[in-house]
Design a protein around this ligand. Structure first.
Ligand SMILES: [Fe+2]
Ligand SMILES: [Fe+2]
Length: 155
């Protein structure tokens, strides 16, 4: 996926597409009332989300902030805050999902959890657009070393 010649924004978009696909697998299982499946798939989504946020914190945001004053809307506080909030919300949602029984769950219980899942999805979409528009385009001009480090973090 992450070819050396490919634009960083495209490689990063693919990572977020993959996260969204994992989100959908859990949501689809939940809405079919296949709770055990939905739980496993949510755990998979949440782990992938946490891993991506960690990799960005370690290898994407440091060179971005080192390059100078960040653009409006991409301050350290905003970027770190959104990562923290996403991981915390995904954890809360996993616990709410865990409280719904594997067998005999009602549609109402499923919809309650779906509502929480959607909050994570919407925040992730919003955060992804911020990164696509403000963070990754700037990384493109920071040289081969930064580019290689970012590509490795997205791999
Ligand atoms: Fe991020
Ligand atoms: Fe990202």
């Amino acid at each position: 996926m992450s070819g050396a010649g490919e634009a960083l924004v495209a490689v990063h978009a693919a990572v977020h597409d993959d996260l969204e696909a994992r989100w959908w697998r859990s949501a689809e299982a939940l809405t079919a009332l296949h709770l055990a499946d939905a739980k496993v798939r949510w755990a998979d989504f949440a782990a992938a989300l946490a891993r991506h946020a960690e990799r960005e914190d370690a290898d994407v945001l440091p060179p971005f902030f080192a390059a100078g004053e960040p653009p409006r809307g991409a301050s350290r506080e905003i970027m770190a805050g959104e990562h923290e909030r996403l991981v915390a919300l995904a954890g809360d949602t996993g616990r709410a999902l865990g409280d719904v029984p594997d067998e005999g769950a009602t549609r109402r219980e499923a919809i309650d959890v779906l509502d929480q899942m959607l909050r994570v999805k919407h925040l992730l979409e919003h955060h992804g657009i911020r990164e696509q528009e403000l963070v990754y385009p700037r990384l493109e001009g920071l040289g081969d070393e930064v580019r290689a480090r970012v590509l490795a973090a997205l791999g």
